[in-house]
Design a protein around this ligand. Structure first.
Ligand SMILES: Nc1ncnc2c1ncn2[C@@H]1O[C@H](COP(=O)(O)OP(=O)(O)OP(=O)(O)O)[C@@H](O)[C@H]1O
Ligand SMILES: [Mg+2]
Length: 273
């Protein structure tokens, strides 16, 4: 696993008085899917803006592939870290969706001739939107176009801010599938900022939990739940775990987090009746 991003003792303040981020330390390496979780206003979006220098830390250092970000060329940084922001309206400005994707590829100095054939475009159900104006799309469609416009150039680190907002069940499945596939690509990693605990639980290899701008947990997802950090941050437990606990309280023998054991236990109950 090679390190893609590292934050060292990062602090950030918008007004020069109170800190929105305090003493943040972590790194992200290839092959990981890191989910950044935390309540509204805990500093998640601010944090990812720091990754590409949209905001500068008040204190501390940020490294991308071993080099401090202000020492990197802008294009190099953009190819290393691709962010899909929470509000797609800030990211889409071309006349039609195809031009949006062409712009993204051109910007990175990549071939844009066959953009229609790019597999991510089809996967995200964006093919049929190519001739449409981004402004006229539904919120869910806009978000998928914004995601496609970053996926087409395959940054080393894909950063998604609330990717499941406004997506129906089918498209949530598609996005979860894409995140897992991206993680397996050589030299790539994903950071997902989300409130959607079930989505985070499904895709993440690691949780980072922010509360009032501080990292209160960084480690394996099940430890975040078992250690009470998820509750402390006011987040709800993953449904899979809640279901297991309900079955347990009914006296069924189930392995926590293991859906197959839930099915087995329920079958036993039903056949013994
Ligand atoms: N441009 C800004 N100027 C001043 N304060 C800001 C600005 N943007 C965000 N903040 C404040 O910084 C804090 C963190 O905001 P941020 O958007 O990073 O939170 P978040 O965790 O992404 O929240 P959400 O879950 O609602 O997206 C909040 O208190 C917010 O009001
Ligand atoms: Mg946010």
């Amino acid at each position: 696993m090679a390190e893609l991003l590292r934050l060292e003792d990062v602090w950030f303040s918008y007004d020069g008085r109170s800190y929105v981020l305090k003493e943040v330390n972590f790194s992200v390496s290839t092959g990981e899917v890191v989910s950044i979780l935390g309540p509204n206003g805990s500093g998640k979006t601010t944090l990812i803006k720091l990754f590409i220098g949209l905001l500068r830390p008040s204190k501390g250092r940020i490294y991308v592939k071993g080099l401090e970000i202000h020492k990197k060329r802008v294009e190099e940084l953009a190819r290393s870290i691709g962010i899909v922001f929470q509000n797609p309206n800030h990211q889409l400005f071309e006349l039609n969706v195809k031009r949006e994707l062409v712009f993204a590829l051109k910007n990175m100095g990549l071939d844009y001739i066959d953009v229609e054939k790019n597999p991510w475009v089809a996967r995200l159900n964006v093919t049929k939107l190519l001739e449409k104006s981004p402004l006229l799309l539904s919120e869910g469609e806009k978000r998928r176009v914004a995601l496609a416009s970053v996926l087409v150039y395959q940054p080393d680190l894909l950063v998604l801010d609330e990717p499941t907002t406004g997506q129906d069940f089918e498209h949530k499945r598609v996005i979860a599938g894409i995140v897992k596939e991206y993680q397996r690509l050589h030299g790539r990693a994903v950071v997902v900022v989300t409130h959607d605990m079930d989505f985070a639980w499904e895709v993440a290899t690691r949780f980072i939990i922010l509360l009032n701008g501080q990292v209160i947990f960084d480690g394996p997802p099940h430890e975040a739940v078992d250690g009470g950090y998820v509750e402390r941050a006011g987040l709800r437990k993953p449904s899979l775990l809640s279901l297991g606990l309900s079955l347990k309280s009914m006296g069924l023998k189930v392995e926590e987090y293991d859906i197959n054991s839930y099915v087995r236990a329920l079958k036993e109950v039903l056949t013994s009746r």
